[in-house]
Design a binder for this molecule. Structure first.
Ligand SMILES: [Zn+2]
Length: 320
């Protein structure tokens, strides 16, 4: 009697748990050095339970379109046009250079690494603001399909591959380096110290097919929208937050954003612009450590190549 009750209970639990486990969102950092969190690390792959794979801010640590870690890429997100996000240069291969002194020896000018990857993988590039015409023109100029550059401007959203994608405010700059323009115009702009206008920088809010809502900050300062829009409207449960200071929120400001404004269940720090870990452990005295210590919720360090899984509530359930 007892045994049959237990077996029946386990069967019920099994049925209840298996689908939930299968519906996790997988997050895999593509950083500079396997198992570490390094200065240039921005790139993350989000894999929906339905198989849709999204590359966020390829930056300089994805070794171009031939990086074997990429696999299938359905969607590329670019928060803004700065070279460490769109990828003006990149490493020769994964793990080339060191964590402290990364290899960024391969130029991706004038296309950008994001465009080169999109061309090779036939990915959609989903951006906000006024960036889509830039990406459409680059795709077209290189034999790709300009229709693969898709707009999601502030306040709206698009659903691609079963993932709902919206852009949100980022308090930052977004000048286009004239190197992407080239020719006499690009040279004249470069000489004058003027960048191209592609609208405002952005962050993203993604709603995955399991219901998980993730906020990707991009480069930003503290904004009222982090509470008013990201928390109150979208109810983000997982955040990727830039902590590098100088260019974006530093550890104290980023912790305030997470603790008091967004209030997700978990956060992944990003864009630390420092050696964040040594042998996979947070480096004492680092900005990464200061951020983690100031948080009221769990932080999950993005160790390159290490896949983490998040459930619909934003809880890390594997790989953390
Ligand atoms: Zn930036």
């Amino acid at each position: 009697m007892y045994r049959s009750t237990v077996v029946a209970a386990l069967a019920v639990l099994g049925c209840a748990l298996a689908p939930a486990w299968a519906q996790n969102v997988k997050v895999t950092p593509l950083g500079g050095i396997d198992g570490e969190f390094c200065p240039q690390d921005r790139a993350l792959i989000f894999e929906d339970a339905n198989g849709t794979r999204i590359l966020y801010d390829p930056g300089r640590t994805v070794a171009g379109a031939n990086d074997p870690r990429l696999g299938k890429i359905d969607i590329i997100l670019v928060s803004h046009m700065h070279g460490d996000h769109v990828g003006n240069a990149h490493n020769k291969a994964p793990n080339s250079g060191t964590c402290e002194s990364p290899d960024m020896s391969v130029s991706a000018i004038p296309n950008s690494s994001a465009v080169n990857i999109a061309l090779a993988k036939k990915s959609k590039i989903v951006t906000g603001s006024e960036m889509p015409p830039f990406f459409a023109a680059k795709l077209k100029a290189n034999g790709g399909d300009p229709a693969n550059s898709i707009l999601a401007r502030f306040g709206g959203s698009v659903t691609v591959g079963g993932v709902r994608i919206a852009t949100v405010t980022a308090m930052h700059s977004n000048g286009l380096d004239p190197d992407y323009i080239g020719g006499d115009l690009g040279k004249a702009m470069k000489d004058a110290g003027i960048a191209g206008d592609v609208g405002l920088a952005t962050g993203y809010v993604l709603r995955f097919s399991n219901g998980l809502v993730a906020y990707l900050s991009g480069d930003t300062g503290i904004t009222a929208d982090q509470e008013l829009v990201v928390r109150n409207h979208y109810n983000a449960k997982l955040a990727v937050m830039n902590i590098g200071d100088g260019f974006t929120t530093g550890p104290a400001e980023a912790a305030y954003v997470i603790n008091e404004l967004v209030k997700p269940a978990s956060v992944i720090p990003s864009h630390a612009n420092e050696v964040g870990t040594v042998s996979g452990k947070v480096r004492p005295g680092s900005k990464t450590e200061a951020f983690v210590k100031a948080l009221k919720i769990p932080a999950h360090i993005p160790l390159s190549g290490k896949t983490m899984e998040f459930d619909a509530a934003g809880k890390c359930v594997a790989g953390c």
